[in-house]
Design a protein around this ligand. Structure first.
Ligand SMILES: [Zn+2]
Length: 163
């Protein structure tokens, strides 16, 4: 790690890192490797007003998924729900498989899939911490000249009221 990167890592603001590959921002508006977890915010497939806060803990690989109102995800039973799968996929696009696997401390076989290499069990993690990081991330996010991306993310104002 060079000196520049060290200074950059030490800054307390939420960083906006250009993804390794293009990401589906409308589906997974927020993903980060922080607090010893891969964590992020995943849009509900069926309800535009709802988002899920999903996380995978490094080392233990505990899985957590709940709504931003801290209600448990109904689809997380012993194996990862689709929100966690989407989060993992987007993390790989954002950071690259090697970096995500290293952070979570998991061995992914050559050509293997991140989620199939994890064998953690569901464990409740409070959504509020991750969700407030997401709101801070939005505050720092620089919106490009075009207003197009905002149209896809029109549930953001409603989310602000949750605080
Ligand atoms: Zn879920």
């Amino acid at each position: 790690m060079d000196a520049d990167e060290t200074a950059w890592e030490q800054r307390s603001v939420v960083r906006v890192v250009p993804p390794v590959q293009p990401r589906k921002l409308a589906k997974v508006p927020f993903v980060e490797l922080a607090d010893g977890r891969l964590q992020g915010v995943v849009s509900s497939g069926s309800d535009i007003e709802r988002v899920y806060v999903s996380s995978i803990t490094a080392g233990t690989h505990d899985l957590s998924c709940s709504t931003n109102n801290n209600r448990p995800c109904g689809a997380l039973h012993g194996y990862a729900c689709k929100h966690l799968r989407l989060l993992a996929d987007e993390a790989v696009l954002q950071y690259g498989l090697d970096r995500v696997a290293r952070y979570l401390r998991v061995e992914v076989p050559e050509g293997g899939h991140l989620m199939s290499a994890l064998n953690g069990s569901p464990q409740r993690t409070p959504a509020a911490v991750v969700f407030s990081r997401f709101l801070r991330h939005l505050a720092y996010l620089e919106v490009p000249d075009s207003v197009e991306p905002l149209a896809e993310l029109h549930w953001f104002p409603a989310m602000g009221e949750v605080r």
